[in-house]
Design a protein around this ligand. Structure first.
Ligand code: GTP
Ligand code: MG
Length: 149
């Protein structure tokens, strides 16, 4: 089954939104397979956001993302990379529809509370960057038979 990397950013952690985000993914029917509460280094964030290295906000973004704890997770489910991005909303909360996480819970592009992998390839890369294989849990959820035909 497809997996994606989701992280509550330092602003989401400080604002006490971790539980709300876990709740949205759980109630959608996704399965949590890894989670940890970490303060990342600036170097780690530079690798995480390497595809943005030429953008003017890259330095500030990496510094900010390493300024406080992040709640890092791997979620699993059908088409989760694409559907999680839809749940997040647009990069800019001002363009995000009500009902989406960013559309409901934040206002500023530089403080948009949550990260989600944008492609399956990046999901695999990011999961490898944040989690060791032994930190991932394999199990069958009892809800599985009721979520999928
Ligand atoms: P992530 O899930 O965090 O990867 O966001 P995204 O995929 O929606 O956007 P992208 O990867 O393009 O940018 C990464 C992060 O950089 C965004 O979530 C924003 O916090 C920040 N960012 C993107 N564009 C801008 C911008 O124009 N100005 C500022 N200040 N920050 C930006
Ligand atoms: Mg991105």
């Amino acid at each position: 089954m497809e997996q994606t990397f989701i992280a509550v950013k330092p602003d989401g952690v400080q604002r006490g939104i971790c539980g709300e985000i876990i709740k949205r993914f759980e109630t959608r029917g996704y399965k949590l397979v890894a989670a940890k509460f970490v303060q990342s280094s600036e170097e780690h964030m530079k690798s995480h956001y390497a595809d943005l290295k030429d953008m003017p906000f890259y330095g500030g973004l990496c510094k900010y993302m390493s300024s406080g704890p992040v709640f890092a997770m791997v979620w699993e489910g059908q088409s989760i990379v694409k559907l999680a991005r839809m749940m997040l909303g647009e990069t800019n909360p001002a363009d995000s529809k009500p009902g989406s996480i960013r559309g409901d819970l934040c206002v500023n592009i530089g403080r948009n509370i949550i990260h989600g992998s944008d492609t399956l390839e990046n999901a695999k890369r990011e999961i490898g960057l944040w989690f060791k294989p032994e930190e991932m849990v394999t199990y069958t959820s009892c809800a599985q038979a009721f979520l999928y035909e």
